[in-house]
Design a protein around this ligand. Sequence first.
Ligand code: 8YV
Length: 327
Amino acid sequence: MNKPQILVCRAVFPETLQRLASQFDVEANQDDTLFTPVQLAAKLQGKQGAFTTGSERISAELLAACPDLKICANMAVGYNNFDVPAMTARGVWATNTPGVLTETTADFGFALMMATARRITESEHYLRAGHWKNWRFDQFAGSDVHGSTLGILGMGRIGQAIARRGALGFGMQVIYHNRSRLDAATEAECKARYVSKEALLKTADHLVLVLPYSAQAHHTIGAAELAQMKSSATLTNIARGGIVDDAALATALRSGQIAAAGLDVFEGEPKVHPDLLALSNVVLTPHIASSSTPTRLAMANLAADNLLDFFSGKTPRTSVNTVPAAA
Ligand code: 8YV
């Protein structure tokens, strides 16, 4: 019997590729070429499976052009690069990688918030540029993290892991807002208090965004929301580009409306709004919150597991849709 044909859309760990190659006829992309939508559709001709990342858009148009496709396994917990209703309608499974990146991503979110509050990259640039001539009483004075109020917008697995770090490790008062309120036991475990979005914006000393992207979540934080925040507050975005209006954020950072921001994700990334690049009170990182070696390997292997599940006749273990058997 012919092996299923799989496209691995980006470079991956050799051991993940080997696992896939043991069961499938694999077309790899270890040169890590970024395919245009037209190239992706051409590459997917005759393929039943795709190992994707956030870089590949699985749209209704692409699906229409790739009738053999049965499953797309995303190496990411977020799947806003998938048109899930279109995939379900065409009988294509969509899978993601939840759970395995929670703690690593929470570590990074916390680190980015701390770097932002304590002005770590700004002061390092100053030192490296040879400007450090003397100690000074207020040199790079930032804001405290311990004992302050941590606001979390989006209280899924990663939000909860950040809450635990703040409450248990740093004695922070944790407040959160989410589409739905957590059950009492989870709130108690995270030592987190549910508040309205307005109260979250007004009260947080450090606001961290961890909500998934959707059309409704576009510009959740724009000029009006930034205007409600404390002038001493920081904003950290490890969620998705587009959740923050980056142009409005740059304006707020320039005018002192808020103190500083830490950003791992950007509207239209890998492009970064030029106004953000010109500011010193923003810490910028290239979408690396999940990037520890063990976690990226676990993500790659979970994406591979989903493909292996599907082609051995099982339900993919972390699917985000359900495709009826008849489809
Ligand atoms: C991925 C992420 O590295 O999991 C997610 O949703 O944002 C990152 O962990 C990125 O999306 C590449 O696939």
